[in-house]
Design a protein around this ligand. Structure first.
Ligand code: DTR
Length: 342
């Protein structure tokens, strides 16, 4: 009579133990499931950022939250990202505020020619600045991660060594890069990154101005053989949740996500600066004979002079909208210099 009990106890506890062990690894066992959309492929550096975030949230919540990622526009494309999050198509959306400076006016200040030397410093500056000054443009969102590209470079089919080479050239940039190319004398076109490879193939554009890892990650080095060694402006990224959706999350989950946010700026900047871009340049030089063209010192000075008025014009434009432009740029400079020292 005693025997069956004796036998069944370890069996029950073994089954229970296996269930507990299995819980964190199985999506169906998570209490909260979040969808996360991005407009470009998983292999790109923002895509890697998304995967890292998803993994960290799963780990740090002990499996309570499972994040399902949708890269390459499978859930939302570049131009519909932020509205898609508001409509609930995805819980989290990673978009580029640089694609829509009208919607994210203050953030476009980070993409002025501010002399950022790498993505890590620019990403940390963008995150801290947004956290401190809380621009109204994010009022309906909870920002969960921000980062930038390295400063963009002109990458073109034919060599650009001076203003004459650039004159009238059809070059693509993110929205915030358009005034830069215009000031330098090119014929700029604003266009999301995923459309670039085909537009280069069909001759709609003769090149692009953005971070240099796209030479490999979008295989652009097959056609674009020249990079002009003149760093211009960074492109911004922001991953957001709808504010009402965010408010429904339990406090412990919110805490994990908030702790992760500043880390993501550093993680993404480091990966982009120290692995991603360097590997792409090496690959493009070896496989496609990429050439890096330097600007003569006097030519560089003339380009700098052409970009100089952009800041004052931006301040004027923001002031007209009643936005705290001067304060934003003053704090941006402080943070830039502080992070550049570390
Ligand atoms: N948003 C960008 C920059 C960009 C650079 N690398 C990637 C990778 C995936 C998406 C976008 C980007 C631009 O449009 O210039």
């Amino acid at each position: 009579m005693i025997r069956p009990k004796f036998i069944s106890y370890p069996v029950v506890s073994l089954v229970a133990g296996l269930l507990v062990l299995a819980a964190p690894a199985t999506p169906w066992a998570a209490e909260i499931n979040l969808t996360y959309a991005f407009f470009a492929p998983a292999r790109t550096f923002p895509g890697k950022q998304m995967a890292h975030w998803a993994e960290q949230v799963g780990k740090r919540t002990g499996g309570k939250v499972a994040v399902k990622t949708f890269p390459a526009g499978t859930l939302l494309g570049a131009t519909e990202m932020y509205d898609g999050v508001t409509k609930g198509v995805a819980d989290i959306g990673l978009g580029s505020p640089s694609y829509d400076p009208g919607r994210f006016p203050l953030t476009s200040g980070v993409s002025l020619p501010m002399g950022f030397t790498n993505a890590t410093v620019a990403s940390r500056t963008l995150w801290e600045l947004t956290k401190e000054l809380q621009p109204k443009e994010y009022e309906n969102f909870k920002v969960i991660a921000m980062f930038t590209t390295e400063p963009g470079y002109i990458q073109s089919r034919s060599p650009v060594r001076n203003a004459a080479d650039l004159k009238g050239m059809k070059l693509r940039a993110a929205g915030t890069g358009v005034p830069v190319l215009k000031a330098l004398g090119a014929a700029p076109i604003g266009m999301p990154m995923p459309e670039v490879p085909q537009s280069v193939q069909t001759g709609v554009i003769n090149g692009t101005m953005t971070s240099r890892e796209v030479l490999q990650d979008f295989k652009l080095a097959e056609t674009l053989k020249y990079v002009t060694d003149y760093p211009t402006v960074v492109v911004t990224f922001a991953a957001v949740m709808d504010r009402k959706r965010w408010e429904k999350l339990p406090a412990d989950v919110k805490k994990v996500i908030e702790e992760l946010a500043p880390e993501m700026a550093v993680w993404t900047g480091n990966y982009h600066d120290n692995e991603n871009v360097g590997a792409a340049l090496k690959w493009a030089a070896k496989e496609h004979k990429l050439q890096i063209l330097s600007l003569a010192a006097d030519e560089r000075a003339r380009w700098d002079a052409k970009l100089k008025p952009m800041e004052a014009e931006w301040v004027k434009e923001m002031n007209a909208k009643g936005l705290p432009a001067v304060r934003y740029l003053a704090r941006l400079r402080e943070l830039r210099d502080q992070f550049a020292k570390k």
